[in-house]
Design a protein around this ligand. Structure first.
Ligand code: ADP
Ligand code: MG
Length: 695
């Protein structure tokens, strides 16, 4: 072959792409060959190992070879919705297949055709046992003829499985093997394949074992570089040392007695553990885990007050403007009795609060206030970027940081101060991280857990509402609650990829509700296209009770505290992760009124099954364990960075690989702290750290 493809070449260099292929690649967001090949299969269809219809087990992905007995369009009552039903059989029996919204199938398939069907059989309330929108292949398809294992990629937009398989295969055949960043010794020690081979194994395996070997290699790379990034940042921090925060016991007592409530024992323990951490020279790295509503904010507030008391600055960071503003309001109340100044800094608002006064700041005034030091700052994580952080920053609190992973926040904090000292770090999360993961992935991070919520909270009644009947139940309940002067959130999922800000989703939902089910209610909305001021106004109006119902997407953080809201209706609940649903659920039940979380799910194909976990438990840890099984560690740890997830290959059950990566990273950092002997690894970590600064 004349020209080999390189890892960094643009995808358009792949030979013989049609214009359709090019368009498809664009929608994939994979600009380079490397990015394309990093798109990993979700699973594989094993055509060498076919199952008989009589042996099908519910919910287990299989491939079967069948003849189509009958195929036709079925009537439906929903607009813009087509339903194709088929009956297929092999010599052991027959089964139904349903495809949603694929009208073209009637042209491609007819009775008498022989096809492979891949998917899982599910039980559906109306139709019984069957396949729903399974993948299919004619039996003479190229993928099937060539190898017997076909990768199944996660798809988005208009990308077609078959085309993507063909293009990736083509790219692979033209690819010059990428340089391996693991050296010979490490490869031997871990018994993993080389990098080039790993990509071949993953995309064009000869057996499922081979596919798994390839995946494990890629997973190991992710885990090792992650561990190394974490460890090198920590080592830097340990070497640099942290500012000492002296503990003033009398002040602590005064602070506690100024609170409108008594701290729970877990809150006290968390404060005390952090106080001890901060009185040492080694920077604190503590993770504060506590379910939604467990009262993490007051812990942060008290620590910030203590830091201020000892003569330093503290910064509290939230992932969004709205949440930062809400924190500022809370802190303002808690700090005012002690005359501690507070600065709020977000993209849209800058305020200084002192002794009950509120003063708007210009950008340069805000910089000045921070530069003077000895203040408590609240804002988004931009606060931590070197040059804008207070010079005497002694404590950084990062709340609900889904945006980036532990390694990222660590590197941000390491670099925050100009004088090289490293602030203490408290990460707060409502996503309970299972213990197995904490140990392997978070390494030496200390953990505080708030297990018991403050007393006096009403329970949240959670109900999975399936189909139209379920939805009617939900609307009736909302009507009743509004009649009792309560309010409701309605969260809708994004309709499609192009609607990233959720404008269409929210507007269509509001229109639908106003026309029918909730026509007499006052409905407000929040979506990503509103300006920050408009969002605030919509939220504030809802908080003041001027609207009965607030329709929003999760793009917009609905972390705002509206105690009078007692209903959380989540549309398309099957599309969200359990942990995320649990978080959303926590937005109600913030008063003594009985609260409800309604999970509206479509009746298609048992999609709602896993949602019942939420009906059964309100323990965030149990929910997280379930979520972990289903979705993977990356999500749980918040490592799914917007745009660039760090873990694509690694899975939650890769505990052994995690342990190996941990061991090897420990050894490398001990023997060669500057990674001088591992230039390629160093480069990779550098890139990882850079992303955290760009985020
Ligand atoms: P989260 O952990 O989800 O961030 P918050 O810090 O927002 O929870 O606290 C939720 C609510 O509980 C707040 O209204 C807060 O004032 C209240 N709260 C916190 N701690 C206590 C406590 N010890 N007793 C009673 N109410 C508390
Ligand atoms: Mg919170």
């Amino acid at each position: 072959m004349a020209n080999m493809l390189h890892w960094d070449d643009p995808v358009t260099y792949i030979h013989s792409l049609s214009s359709y292929d090019r368009k498809m690649l664009k929608s994939l967001d994979a600009a380079g060959i490397g990015e394309l090949l990093s798109l990993l299969p979700r699973r594989y269809d094993d055509y060498s190992n076919l199952t008989k219809i009589s042996d099908l087990v519910l919910n287990e992905p299989v491939t079967i070879k069948v003849t189509i007995d009958e195929i036709k369009q079925a009537p439906t009552f929903r607009r813009r919705f087509t339903l194709i039903r088929a009956k297929v059989s092999d010599d052991s029996g027959s089964i139904g297949v349903t495809w949603f919204n694929q009208p073209w199938l009637l042209k491609q398939l007819k009775a008498g055709d022989e096809i492979f069907i891949s998917g899982a059989v599910t039980m559906r309330p109306r139709f019984g046992k069957g396949f729903t929108s399974p993948l299919w292949e004619p039996i003479d398809a190229e993928t099937v003829a060539a190898g017997n294992i076909a990768p199944v990629y996660p798809l988005s937009g208009g990308v077609k499985q078959k085309n993507l398989r063909r293009i990736i295969k083509q790219a692979l055949s033209e690819l010059e093997p990428p340089e391996d960043w693991l050296d010979e010794d490490l490869r031997k020690e871990t018994a993993l394949p080389g990098l080039g081979q790993a990509y071949r194994f993953v995309h064009a395996p000869e057996s499922l074992e081979q596919a798994e070997q390839g995946r494990r290699r890629l997973a190991f790379d992710e885990l090792l570089s992650y561990q190394l990034a974490l460890r090198t940042a920590r080592r830097e921090a340990d070497v640099a040392g942290a500012p000492l925060v002296a503990f003033d016991e009398n002040f602590a007592k005064k602070f506690v007695s100024s609170l409108p409530f008594e701290l729970t024992p877990d809150q006290k323990k968390a404060v005390w553990a952090a106080v001890q951490d901060m009185s040492a020279e080694r920077p604190m790295r503590r993770l504060l885990q506590g379910d939604v509503g467990s009262g993490k904010t007051v812990v942060a507030a008290m620590l910030a007050a203590l830091v201020h008391r000892s003569g330093h600055s503290a910064a509290i960071m939230a992932p969004t403007d709205i949440l930062a503003k809400q924190h500022a309001q809370t802190l303002r109340r808690l700090l005012a009795p002690h005359h501690i100044p507070l600065v709020l800094l977000t993209a849209s608002a800058r305020f200084a609060y002192q002794d009950g006064d509120e003063r708007k700041l210009t950008a340069s005034e805000a910089r000045e206030v921070l530069a003077q030091g000895r203040t408590v700052a609240v804002g988004t994580h931009a606060l931590l970027v070197r040059g804008s952080a207070p010079p005497d920053l002694a404590l950084a609190v990062i709340d609900e940081q889904h945006r980036f992973g532990v390694a990222q926040r660590e590197t941000l904090v390491v670099d925050a101060r100009e004088d090289g000292k490293v602030p203490h770090l408290l990460s707060m999360t409502a996503t309970p991280i299972p213990r197995s993961l904490t140990l392997t992935m978070l390494g030496d991070l200390d953990v505080s857990i708030i297990r018991t919520k403050p007393v006096g909270r009403a329970k949240i009644m959670t109900k999975v509402c399936v189909g139209d009947t379920g939805r009617q139940y939900a609307y009736d309940l909302i009507q009743k609650q509004v009649a009792a002067s309560r309010q409701a959130f309605i969260i809708c999922p994004l309709i499609d990829q192009s609607d990233k800000l959720g404008v269409k989703s929210v507007e269509e939902e509001v229109l639908r509700l106003r026309k029918g089910p909730l026509q007499d209610l006052k409905i407000g909305m929040v979506h990503g296209r509103l300006s920050s001021a408009e969002k605030d106004e919509a939220m504030a109006a809802f908080a003041r009770g001027e609207s009965d119902v607030l329709v929003a997407t999760t793009v917009v953080e609905v972390g705002v505290d509206v105690p009078n809201a007692t209903v959380m209706l989540i549309e398309g609940a099957e599309r969200f992760g359990l942990a995320q649903l649990h978080q959303l659920r926590g937005r109600v039940g913030r008063s003594t009124h009985e609260s409800f979380c309604l999970l509206a799910a479509s009746e298609d194909a048992g999609m709602a099954d896993r949602l019942f976990v939420l009906e059964r438990t309100d323990d965030g840890f149990k929910v997280a364990e379930e979520d972990l099984k289903i979705r993977g560690a990356g999500n749980i740890l918040g490592l799914q960075q917007s745009g660039a997830p760090i873990f694509k290959a690694a899975r939650p059950d890769d505990l052994e690989l995690m342990a190996t990566a941990r061991e090897i990273s420990q050894r490398i950092v001990q023997t060669d702290p500057d990674l001088a002997g591992y230039p390629k690894i160093k480069q990779r970590i550098h890139a990882l750290r850079e992303t955290s600064h760009r985020e």
